[in-house]
Design a protein around this ligand. Structure first.
Ligand code: NAP
Length: 355
């Protein structure tokens, strides 16, 4: 019997090629998922942090990205990353943005208009100025897809549900909820028995807040999420139309991070008073985002009764209560973990795979 020569299998052409911007907490979690069978139809052709990048149109092994970046000589320039997407001969070309960089976000519309799909955890464009949101709408008219599940609720099915309802002719009337994992945790814990600053130190140590907790306490991140949901629901809200109550005292807004962390105690007295007032009214404090039927949007501290859904949250859970023309008597409530690298990365992967 003569031996049959078996030709080596040609490397299959990937259906989807991706580049990853951002290899921080979320980016690293995504790289782990890219090494799993769920991502076998994807080929990573480049990755970048804020200083360096590694590009290889034939494919970069996700597990080797950190090492490659550490050794990389190439400084940051998006053109070679986009060129690697073009050279991969894939059916779909995707830029995944796992940064919080406003400059990268400002390029999303340009990439979409050039035919690249964009999948993002970065809220800066969709939750920024209305002009940016409008640019996104025009850029997706050509068929490129904007995957934004990770921008709200770390991938809880909020935006997809809203779109599905609208597709069926339903419309959002009001929206209310807790959109920040760190603020959820802080006010779920805060019962007046410990100073707020002491809880905040714990939250920071546990990784629930940003390194500078003012990013959470300012309410700006919550406001961006409210804008993203409201705009997806058809409310053309400008970023200056959200009333934002910051929990950072005026005197601590301009100081550097170290000085802020040294002076955390200055948060305590105003919040102790708010808590005592709420307790006297038989209520608890929650940091809520609200959009009413006239499009008035506000994020800030609210006293809620013990029968309010937000009063029963635990951990870092987020909650989104949507009242629509058809979910009218009681709202549709979406609730669950609203922060965390693994679930956020999964939301990114889900958006890429859905293309
Ligand atoms: N962490 C969560 O649970 C969570 C949940 C939902 C959404 N998000 C969103 O996900 C995004 C990433 O969050 P993260 O927690 O992973 O932040 P992170 O740990 O601070 O990582 C950010 C990464 O972005 C990189 N970066 C900054 N500018 C860049 C640029 N111009 N080009 C390429 N890379 C750049 C940074 O580079 P260096 O390493 O060089 O600094 C870093 O690797 C943010 O928009 C955040 O709001 C996070």
């Amino acid at each position: 019997m003569s031996a049959v020569a078996i030709a080596p299998l040609a490397e299959p052409v990937p259906r989807t090629a991706i580049v990853l911007l951002g290899t921080g907490v979320v980016g690293r979690a995504l790289l782990t998922l890219l090494g799993t069978p769920a991502a076998r139809s994807l080929r990573l052709v480049g990755a970048a942090n804020s200083r360096r990048q590694h590009v290889l149109a034939d494919g970069v092994t996700p597990g080797e990205v950190a090492e490659r970046l550490a050794k990389a000589r190439e400084g940051r320039d998006n053109l070679p990353l986009l060129a690697a997407l073009d050279a991969a001969s894939a059916t779909r070309k995707v830029v995944v943005d796992a940064t919080a960089c406003a400059i990268e976000a400002s390029r999303h519309a340009e990439w979409l208009a050039a035919g690249y799909h964009v999948v993002t955890a970065n809220k800066a464009l969709a939750g920024g100025h209305l002009s940016g949101w409008r640019a996104l709408q025009s850029a997706t008219a050509g068929g490129a897809v904007y995957g934004d599940a990770a921008t709200v609720g770390a991938g809880l099915p909020v935006l997809s549900t809203l779109r599905r309802l609208r597709h069926c002719g339903d419309s959002l009337l009001t929206l209310e909820g807790v959109f920040s994992g760190s603020l959820s945790w802080l006010f779920n814990q805060y019962d007046g028995s410990r100073p707020f600053s002491s809880l905040l130190r714990d939250a920071r140590r546990l990784g629930f807040t940003e390194p500078d907790p003012r990013s959470d306490l300012s309410g700006e991140d919550v406001a961006r999420k409210l804008l993203i949901i409201a705009r997806n629901a058809g409310f053309a809200l400008g970023s200056d139309e959200v009333e934002v109550e910051s929990l950072v005292p005026e005197a601590l807004r301009g100081v550097d991070t170290k000085a802020f962390l040294d002076r955390l105690d200055e948060l305590d007295e105003p919040l102790r008073e708010r808590h005592a007032q709420a307790r006297a009214n038989g209520k608890v404090l929650r940091y809520l985002a609200r959009l009413n039927q006239r499009g008035r949007a506000r994020v800030g501290l609210v006293e809620v009764g013990h029968d309010h859904p937000a009063s029963r949250l635990s951990g870092t859970d987020n909650q989104f209560a949507l009242t629509t023309t058809r979910y009218h008597a009681t709202p549709l409530v979406i609730q669950g973990p609203g922060a965390g690298p693994e679930i956020t990365a999964q939301a990114l992967l889900g958006d890429v795979l859905a293309l």
